[in-house]
Design a protein. Structure first.
Length: 269
């Protein structure tokens, strides 16, 4: 078989793979876009949050961001009555901080801020006691604040970090992420999902202490994984990854055949 027919067969195979891949991914993309319209995260790496905002401490006293964010700060936008992913996020954050070498209160601060304006200090205080009990190491109470506030301050904060959510009855549609801030309030990293690795947290705090912004590993993970809303878990995108690997292999094979054909023609000439 000559090189040209082989090229034709391979190119046709690649086109078929692309068509199947496109058809398979399009409905999922449209459905996901429809379900999460207006909800998500627009990253603002390098931007700063407004530190003139005021919230309420668990005891009801005013909490001024400019007084709190004076060291690397882990911001967790949640709503405290959430029975699902927010609870997983905060409990996993507690577990990660058990194995974190950084000293809480000195090296970093954690702010869990409710984006539900109807929640108040009593619920915040209850949740704070719950999640602090999950931390087995010495952890000062002032190192993890649970804040509530009015809608204006909430929206100013969430807008500044690109956190877009929507109320749906008594519940919310919202992304799940931690946002890491420098001591000046600059956004240095986003950590996505409920699974939190102590190493990622350690590196994020280190970057924030130096004022360096870091790439979002979660973007790569979201490419390789899709969220299954029924199973409430992430599943590996087998077709997507297999298709790309096949395309890379086929493209490399085509380049090899072209190179081999040119080499043969050069010898004949």
């Amino acid at each position: 078989m000559s090189a040209h027919p082989v090229h034709f067969v391979i190119v046709r195979t690649i086109l078929l793979i692309l068509i199947v891949f496109y058809q398979d991914s399009l409905p999922a993309h449209v459905e996901q876009h429809h379900e999460t319209k207006g909800v998500g995260i627009d990253e603002r790496l390098g931007h700063s949050v407004p530190l003139d905002l005021t919230f309420r401490e668990e005891n009801g006293k005013p909490a001024f961001l400019k007084e709190l964010v004076d060291r690397p700060t882990i911001l967790a936008p949640v709503f405290f009555s959430c029975p699902d992913v927010c609870s997983f996020l905060l409990s996993n954050l507690s577990g990660a901080m058990n194995r974190l070498p950084a000293e809480p209160g000195k090296d970093f601060l954690v702010l869990a801020v409710s984006f539900d304006e109807t929640e108040g200090p009593p619920l915040a205080s209850e949740k704070k006691r719950l999640y602090l009990k999950m931390i087995e190491r010495p952890f000062p109470e002032e190192a993890w604040r649970f804040l509530t506030g009015d809608l204006e301050n909430i929206l100013n904060l969430t807008d500044s970090v690109g956190f877009r959510f929507q109320r749906e009855g008594k519940d919310f549609l919202h992304p799940v992420a931690l946002i890491v801030l420098s001591s000046e309030g600059k956004i240095t990293r986003y950590l996505y999902g409920t699974e939190i690795l102590p190493f990622d947290l350690k590196m994020a705090i280190l970057e924030a202490s130096e004022g360096r912004t870091g790439p979002t590993i979660g973007k790569v993970l979201r490419f390789c994984f899709s969220y299954d809303p029924k199973g409430r878990k992430y599943v590996f995108n087998t077709l997507k990854i297999t298709g790309i690997v096949t395309l890379i292999f086929a493209s490399s094979f085509i380049l090899f055949l072209v190179w081999k054909g040119r080499r043969r023609n050069f010898k004949k000439g």
